[in-house]
Write a protein that binds this ligand. Sequence first.
Ligand SMILES: [Zn+2]
Length: 278
Amino acid sequence: MVVLLALACFAGGFLAISTLLRRLSWRRQIRFRAEPIPSGWFDILDRCVPLARGLAADERERLLRLAQVFLAEKHVEGCGGLVVTEEMRVTIAAEACLLLLHLEGPCYPTLRTVLIYPHAFVPKLARAPQTGEIVMPAGPLSGQSWRNGVVVLAWDDVVNGARDVADGHNVVLHEFAHQLDQEDGTPDGMPVLVSGALRTWARVLSEEYERLRDDAVAMRPSALDAYGATDKAEFFAVATETFFERPARLVREHAGLYAELKRFYGQDPARWAPPAAS
Ligand SMILES: [Zn+2]
């Protein structure tokens, strides 16, 4: 899932400053909806988001509260003839909000729209995030994250990614990690971090990125998918998928990276009960 950007992007600098200030100043809790969680949502969570089974009861409720905010604020639309159901909306919102479960600040403030195709899709036109070069993917995509407030997902890949909680592949976690990364206007593997975390984060993720590049060139097996060696933005997205879906292996083989992700997300999936197998 190469990060492909629409032609009409925000001016990165202003967005970077405004979003950073907003995130830094928003120490309050997110404002949840007054209405109760719809009665069927816990069942959807149980059936469609196996990763959430490792959460404590209060975390599951918080996750669905976040999903309520997400679905109230974002426009979700089917494409290619897809009729979006409540199950699709709640599944995607819950998986997206899993990343936010213990993060301070707003709910994907730069995101406006989620587009869902029934199957992998081919974008009509796109640009590479760093160079602006027009690029076309080698094949159909399962997801995209645009800086101008759009995430695109293929529903069958969402289902497949959610079903297997131990393969390290989850397109929703991947694309919404990109959204976190892009909140400051620059897709560079550096999401908005809490004060004091920047230096260690930059060092550890750079070292781990270079390690994955070396592993990919040498075709050495890694807990991290080799796609993460594409660039630092993809590395953060792939590392996020691995953190939630292969936490035990990530702890064993990349303890420093796991520790940084644990500090950033405020979560410790390796200790979830039952643990996500890896
Ligand atoms: Zn990506």
